[in-house]
Design a protein around this ligand. Structure first.
Ligand code: ADP
Length: 205
């Protein structure tokens, strides 16, 4: 733990959001592997950027291959993975960016920690449960991960391995049944929530 460090108060979040004409917040997608988180996150990011909202997606590619490349999939490493993602998304949100995270984030306590980090800093946090029954996820399985997990080639696979449960959100801000409907339906559900809450408006200016 570093000592002799001081928190410098520079520009406030309110000043940043006023200059940028948009709120910084985090849209936190959670759900089983292959439930459709990344697909929805990509489409949402595109939709926001096309409407002049600065948005940035955090997912396995830019986190597990970089910042968190020292972490595996043990319960302890999953906790640390999500803790760091919570901190990074908070920084993006504080910058005035709409951060979209797309990670399984299977543990309720970890998601609550990420929520608290944002709330304590006065930043918005929108939990989105992208839900499909496990047989639908397993049927899609674009990366063949469920198959490998069933064959015992991947240990600690969420929803399959005994030591890797998925703890369903009890009251997410947005619930998407992604076994029915299109990816655009899922994006629309998130956007509608944000508009109804007065967080975003279309057109932006
Ligand atoms: P995750 O990021 O949750 O692991 P992906 O976004 O990679 O999941 O999606 C898993 C698969 O499901 C992909 O092949 C994707 O094209 C497909 N998919 C996602 N959403 C839908 C949907 N609403 N209907 C049909 N297929 C979908």
């Amino acid at each position: 733990m570093a000592t002799n460090i001081t928190w410098h108060q520079g520009l406030t979040h309110a000043e940043r959001t006023s200059y940028l004409n948009q709120p910084g917040l985090t849209i936190w997608l959670t759900g089983l592997s292959a439930s459709g988180k990344s697909t929805i996150a990509i489409a949402l990011e595109q939709h926001l950027l096309h409407n002049s909202y600065v948005s940035y997606r955090l997912d396995g590619d830019n986190i597990r291959f970089g910042l968190n490349k020292d972490l595996g999939f043990s319960p302890e490493d999953r906790v640390e993975n999500i803790r760091r993602i919570g901190e990074v998304s908070k920084l993006f949100a504080d910058s005035g960016t709409i951060a979209i995270t797309s990670f399984i984030s299977p543990y309720k306590a970890d998601r609550e920690l990420a929520r608290k980090l944002h709330q304590d800093a006065g930043l918005g946090f929108v939990e989105v449960h992208v839900d499909v029954p496990i047989d639908v996820a397993e049927g899609r399985d674009p990366k063949g991960l469920y198959k490998k997990a069933r064959e015992g080639l991947i240990k600690d696979f969420t929803g399959v391995s005994e030591n890797a449960p998925y703890e369903r959100p009890e009251s997410p801000e947005v619930y998407i049944d992604n076994s029915e409907g299109t990816v655009e339906d899922g994006v629309q559900k998130i956007v509608t929530y944000l508009v109804e809450k007065g967080v975003l408006k279309f057109p932006k200016a």
